[in-house]
Design a protein around this ligand. Structure first.
Ligand SMILES: *Cc1c(COP(=O)(O)O)cnc(C)c1O
Length: 399
């Protein structure tokens, strides 16, 4: 098998997304091979012994430890994200759990933004604290709260760079400065920012986590995730934890994600254009209290979004004046967009967070996070924006 050259100079993200990490077998296949194998054959007993003493970068032992298809996905996304290395995981949550648990121990302190994906909140609030890690929650957009909460014994800060569902941004550079001054690592759940717009590593993130289930697959097929960071941290801290606790990705899913990276840039750019077009068309509609999209000048952090990402991303949210009743009527009238809780898909997806993804939260907590009963989250897909806009307008018409 021709080896991937980790020392080759990095090219533009779009080039890396198509070629980065490729390993060709002796057959010279154009499309990357799916090595659907758990194990690997050694020529001799001595060779097996040698590999267990120390496997080289392109030597594999068992698929939970690594696999050629998985390695192609890891190297490709590390190269396009600008990270030293990556470890691919079974899901986005395996990545969040692995990034945090692999580096923390009892007595450590973590500061986290409060506005989190439900399962991320579970890890911070229920899992880490059960093992003696102290967690302080802050309002992610308020730098004063980060400054006050980060202490000399803080080992990590954690946040979603753009929150779900109300699209609030955290200033990565500013929070990283505060964290690094106290020796804490910055762990960013970067799903809503996407690898296309992200410059999180350059902006100070030490570990970047993606649910590959979202834009990287982009067609709603497989679960997957990835943890990105320095080579030393990924191979020295993350890999031992992940490979021994079973959170590795299946080679099949890694292959879907690997091929997904090839079209990621085109898809995310089209979806970003689509999200902005929908937001602009609906802003000011009489049935809506608010249209939330970081690409709109009316977004309170529009300047930060432009500085940090250079675009508003693929998501938007509407706040319907008529509350839950209007939101449900709106969802039920849509002809094109589908009701589901995934995002980043080729199909435009709408969801009512208060009764689905954020149902578990107390109403006061939801209100504090800005997730009112009228809020509808939209993940813009790859359909013609004009068709979607017409569909959204007809569904708002009776409200
Ligand atoms: C979906 C999502 C996750 C979890 O990813 P899975 O692949 O579903 O495990 C974590 N964080 C954010 C922000 C997400 O959107």
């Amino acid at each position: 098998m021709s080896k991937h050259d980790a020392t080759a100079p990095r090219l533009d993200k779009r080039t890396e997304a198509v070629h980065g990490g490729t390993r060709r077998s002796k057959y010279g296949e154009v499309s990357e091979a799916l090595f659907l194998t758990q194990g690997f054959v050694y020529d001799t007993a001595e060779a097996a012994e040698a590999r267990f003493i120390g496997a080289g970068p392109d030597e594999f032992i068992y698929a939970r430890y690594g696999n050629p298809t998985v390695a192609m996905f890891e190297d490709r996304i590390a190269r396009l994200e600008g990270a030293g290395d990556a470890f691919a995981t079974a899901s986005g949550m395996a990545a969040v759990n692995g990034a945090l648990v692999s580096m923390l121990r009892a007595g450590d302190h973590v500061v986290s933004a409060r506005a989190l994906f439900g399962s991320c909140l579970y890890i911070l609030e229920e899992v880490l604290t059960r093992y003696g890690v102290e967690v302080t929650f802050v309002d992610g957009a308020d730098l004063g709260q980060w400054r006050e909460a980060i202490r000399p014994d803080t080992k990590a800060v954690f946040f979603e760079s753009m929150s779900n569902p109300v699209l609030e941004l955290v200033d990565i550079e500013a929070v990283a400065r505060l964290a690094h001054a106290q020796g804490a690592l910055v762990v960013v759940d970067n799903v809503f920012s996407t690898p296309v717009w992200s410059r999180a590593i350059e902006q100070g993130a030490d570990l970047v986590v993606y649910s590959a289930t979202k834009h990287i697959d982009g067609q709603g097929r497989c679960l997957g995730g990835v943890i990105l960071g320095t080579r030393d941290h990924i191979r020295g801290v993350v890999e031992p934890y992940m490979k021994h606790t079973g959170g590795s990705i299946s080679p099949f899913n890694a292959w879907v994600m690997l091929k997904g990276l090839e079209t990621l840039d085109l898809r995310v750019r089209a979806q970003t254009t689509c999200a902005k077009a929908i937001a602009e068309a609906l802003e000011g509609h009489s049935a809506l209290a608010r249209v939330i999209h970081p690409g709109l000048p009316s977004h309170p952090q529009h300047d930060l979004a432009m500085r940090q990402l250079g675009a508003g991303g693929t998501m938007l949210a509407l706040d319907l004046k008529g509350g839950k009743e209007a939101a449900f009527a709106f969802l039920n009238s849509l002809q094109i967009a589908v009701i589901s809780n995934n995002l980043g898909d080729a199909k435009t997806i709408v969801t009512h967070p208060a009764t689905t993804t954020h149902q578990r939260l107390e109403p006061e907590v939801r209100a504090a996070l800005g997730i009112g009963d009228g809020v509808v989250r939209i993940s813009a897909g790859l359909e013609a924006p004009d068709d979607l806009i017409a569909d959204f307008l007809q569904a708002l018409e009776p409200l």
